[in-house]
Design a protein around this ligand. Structure first.
Ligand code: GLC
Length: 456
């Protein structure tokens, strides 16, 4: 009786923060988990940043970095003609890399629309290419069985009514000057444009699985939920596409359901991120190199092993990885991106079982030296990823009695194990519950070999 009471108190305490927060819908946490189930299972997606900025080829923020005006930027619109664009090829490459969903920029901060919109002329249909790029993309990716995500920039550096702010190409040093500068601009009109375009995107292309809105920077010379009318926007989105999964950049943090997942960008999270003491769904978005848009002269590319370990580490902390490609102005993936995707695919072909459906390992399993652990709760299998291939044995601290069978994942070859010898540290006996895996001397031909432990 006493323990039931204690449990109830703990349960209440644990769920208090979430319940005390405001909500926009009546969805329960369990229903949310169910809605996100496919995404949490799939773990790995492709981000695509494509727009006019592929032509200057020096970062998607080029308009901002170089403080270009609409007139300066017009030359890229005039020259845009991705004659080699073949989204079927892109979709095949994404799938072969092991990616299960993809998110494409339908409009980035530059304001150029890759989709056909009734509300602007600034769109791919009006370029020399003459077509709705998004329509073709959606069809191709769906055909390969990939889930469909739309990125849409809340920020717009082209729309005449979008007020100049601290992140705008025409920004000024003196914050007092913005009022004067923005005379005649009407954010109400921009807001309406933004809502209209999101409605188009979620009405004209069938079922959309993910919406990635980017981004808010509240403050005196910034923009946030009031500027976008985020509450109304998210309600419309949920009404148009009830199953959709939405990122966290609408500045609706005050609502428990103002976002579905967190989006740590280009960083390594130290541990599974939490909000109010609860672990939350998260996805890190990362580039192969330093830029999201095609950047010809950027050379800081991650190598294949770094990429594979980024994916594993993400899953080992309960997250997803959205890995970005910036196609060229001809509509092709960068050669360097193709090679990286192939490397991911080579690893995933034999090791994806340690990624799909996997998550952080239970705390009762210590992490052996130089490894990353993932765990599949439905099959009760633990995956030990060997970042640094050990010499002949690997010690599994405290694993005695927990393992039924062990094998390499890539070739299903048995790995023998036995109880490890204890040892002394500062007069204390250590390792009495350790297991010892016997590994072949030669490292298998896998960038990061994985040992699959079938648990008792
Ligand atoms: C950003 C950037 C950007 C990129 C993105 C991806 O905040 O403005 O160019 O699209 O996030 O996460």
């Amino acid at each position: 009786m006493k323990s039931i009471a204690l449990f109830t108190i703990m349960l209440l305490l644990g769920s208090l923060p979430a319940h005390s927060q405001k909500r926009l819908t009546s969805e329960t946490e369990a229903q949310k988990t169910e809605r996100l189930a496919w995404w949490t299972h799939d773990r790995f997606g492709m981000f695509i940043h494509w727009g006019l900025y592929a032509l200057p080829a020096r970062h998607e923020w080029v308009k901002n970095h170089e403080r270009l005006t609409n007139e300066d930027y017009q030359q890229y619109f005039d020259a845009f003609n991705p004659d080699l664009y073949n989204p079927a090829e892109w979709a095949k490459m994404a799938k072969a890399a092991g990616m299960k969903y993809a998110v494409i920029t339908t409009k980035h901060h530059e304001g150029f629309c890759l989709f056909d919109s009734k509300f602007t002329d600034y769109k791919s249909v009006n370029t020399a290419y003459g077509k709705d790029l998004i329509k073709e993309w959606v069809e191709a990716f769906r055909k390969e069985g990939l889930k469909i995500g739309f990125y849409y920039s809340l920020i717009d550096w082209h729309h005449p009514d979008y007020t100049i702010d601290s992140k705008h190409p025409q920004r000024v040093e003196d914050a007092g000057k913005y009022q004067e500068l923005n005379k005649g601009k009407d954010m109400n009109k921009y807001r309406e444009y933004l809502h209209n375009q999101v409605r188009e995107l979620l009405t004209n292309y069938g079922k959309i699985d993910i919406l990635w809105l980017d981004f808010s920077f509240p403050g005196e010379t910034g923009k946030g939920n009031k500027d976008w009318d985020s509450e109304k926007l998210i309600k419309m989105v949920r009404q148009l596409q009830p199953g959709i999964i939405i990122n966290d950049r609408l500045n609706l943090e005050e609502f428990a359901d103002g976002w579905d997942f967190k989006t740590p960008e280009q960083t390594r999270v130290p541990e599974w991120p939490e909000v109010n003491g609860s672990k939350i769904p998260w996805e890190t978005c990362q580039t192969f190199s330093g830029s999201w848009g095609y950047h010809r002269d950027e050379y800081s590319w991650k190598d294949p092993k770094q990429l594979v370990s980024l994916l594993i580490e993400t899953v080992s902390k309960g997250g997803n990885l959205l890995l970005n490609v910036g196609p060229t102005g001809r509509g092709m993936f960068d050669d360097r991106a193709i090679q990286s995707l192939e490397a991911m695919g080579n690893w995933m072909k034999f090791n994806s079982r340690s990624v799909y459906g996997c998550t952080q390992a239970p705390e009762s399993f210590a992490v052996p030296e130089n490894t990353l652990l993932t765990y599949n709760p439905s099959t009760n299998r633990l995956y030990v990823h060997l970042l640094d291939y050990p010499l002949q044995t690997l010690r599994l601290p405290g694993y005695k009695g927990k393992v039924k069978y062990a094998q390499f994942l890539h070739d299903a070859s048995e790995i023998k194990f036995s109880d490890a010898k204890s040892y002394m540290v500062n007069g204390k006996v250590m390792g009495t519950n350790d297991l010892k895996l016997g590994l072949p001397v030669t490292k298998p031909h896998v960038s990061i070999p994985v040992i699959e432990l079938i648990l008792e």
